[in-house]
Design a protein around this ligand. Sequence first.
Ligand code: NAP
Ligand code: GLV
Length: 309
Amino acid sequence: MALIFRTDAARAAAWGAAFQRQMPELDIRMWDAPGNIADIEFAVVWKPERGVLRGFPNLKAIFSVGAGVDHLFSDPELPEGVPVVRMVEPELTRGMTEYVVLHVLRHHRRQREMEANQRAEKWEMIEVPTAPSRKVGIMGLGELGRAAALALAALEFDVAGWSRTPKDIPGVESFHGDFGMDAFLAHSEILVCLLPLTTETEGILNTGLFEKLPRGASLINAARGGHQVEEDILAALESGRLSEATLDVFREEPLPADHSFWGHPRVTITPHNASLTDPDSAVRQVIENIHRIRRGEPPTNIVDPKAGY
Ligand code: NAP
Ligand code: GLV
């Protein structure tokens, strides 16, 4: 029995050390030196090259290094019948909550404008309301959206969320499905996207959606670049429909050097680091699931291939 893993190069050593510490008997194979591929039963991967996973004949589960699994389902040759497990681990959730709270507060308190004023050595009194009078909308109330919504509700923001199915989250107004979308958007002065990227959500952050937000609303996208129509964001910023945007993810990553977002005065860019999987905590989840599979039980956090998340 062997496990193969592929993460970004910068974090591979930390993952290897975490496996070594927590399950030293595990036969770990590196992506570019898989050895006898018939031994490989588990794959822990981030953005594997298309078609490679299909080549492992005895694969029992595919674990995503990240919460998102779009990097797996975009592979037309993803082996059918092998469970795909998404990453749910407390540090990933905590990191995303921190990111969302930080940027919601920045938008809410107009911090970007005050920093611009400081650079211009300009003293201007900017009045900021307090949280209860600010409406925040979270698209996606799953593992990450729910935690972020709860943290904002604890600060007494007026929080709403939108998901496929109705939710009952204390302090958070729940909207769901196509039917609930317009009312949810009308509520969202600060809109946060934490949806998975699927065929249904691809390109969802577009002009049609921005027109349903209160005028001058702002956008935070910490989900996937594939959710956003980037020229529509630029147009909405130009027209004043959107006042500002904080973007962690982009259609093309790294963001190309000539992209208009870089120098835009009302766009804040972060390099797809809103939240990173913690190797120690993640390896714990993977090992627990390996034990479950060995006992003949299904792994936890399995993805529904039809829904794509
Ligand atoms: P999750 O637990 O699977 O939750 C997804 C949420 O989106 C659920 O509430 C789901 O509704 C809702 N949803 C899915 N499709 C929908 C649709 N068509 N209409 C309305 N709602 C829909 O996912 P998660 O763990 O919170 O992660 C969300 C995403 O964050 C990941 O997929 C990943 O792309 C992104 N992410 C980004 C970073 C970063 O650093 N930038 C880090 C981690 C994750 P139901 O609850 O009704 O099913
Ligand atoms: C990061 O983008 C993740 O999906 O965890």
